[in-house]
Write a protein that binds this ligand. Structure first.
Ligand SMILES: Cc1cc2nc3c(=O)[nH]c(=O)nc-3n(C[C@H](O)[C@H](O)[C@H](O)COP(=O)(O)O)c2cc1C
Length: 147
């Protein structure tokens, strides 16, 4: 049975860009074996991650992730059985506004708002978070559409 899990968490106080790289390296090594796909957005001092795959593997992975001290306070915002994956492009990918196409970043800021420091805001509620993730996953189409 396929499951989709989405959560939000707070990035640890002390977090280097190299931490993100090592998380992604580990994920890209482990996730294909688990049959897991998804991606990880890091913005506004938060992580927003979507994980799709066989239920037992998603559960196993999430148990590891919530214990990871590189973030805190994981809030589960979606946990549901799915017939098909929505996010199957990557075994895991890191998305960071600093590395985003500027037109995509501007589009997302207009649509989802900014935090107090003018950075891209990360939505907390379920439907907005799914819409945000869907937009990011289909960014190529958005950027083309924006010309
Ligand atoms: C925000 C965040 C997302 C993570 N995502 C994944 C992931 O998708 N896959 C993964 O294997 N580990 C991920 N990790 C790392 C795990 O917490 C854990 O360190 C890793 O799975 C341990 O792998 P190992 O048992 O092979 O040493 C993530 C950690 C954080 C903080």
């Amino acid at each position: 049975m396929l499951t989709r899990l989405i959560y939000i968490s707070d990035v640890a106080e002390i977090f280097e860009f190299s931490d993100l790289q090592s998380i992604l390296e580990k994920a890209q090594k482990n996730n294909p074996t688990l049959g897991v796909t998804g991606f990880l957005v890091m913005a506004s001092k938060r992580f927003l991650q979507v994980i799709e795959g066989p239920a037992e593997n998603v559960n196993l992975l999430f148990r590891k992730i919530i214990r990871d001290s590189r973030h805190a306070d994981c809030r589960l915002i979606e946990y549901t059985e799915i017939a098909d994956r929505l996010f199957d492009q990557w075994s895991m990918r890191g998305i960071h506004p600093g590395l985003m196409d500027q037109r995509l970043k501007a589009f997302l800021q207009r649509k989802y708002g900014t935090d107090q420091r003018g950075g891209l805001a990360v939505p907390e509620d379920r439907f907005t978070a799914i819409s945000f993730l869907y937009d990011v996953a289909h960014a190529d189409a958005i950027v083309e559409g924006l010309g």
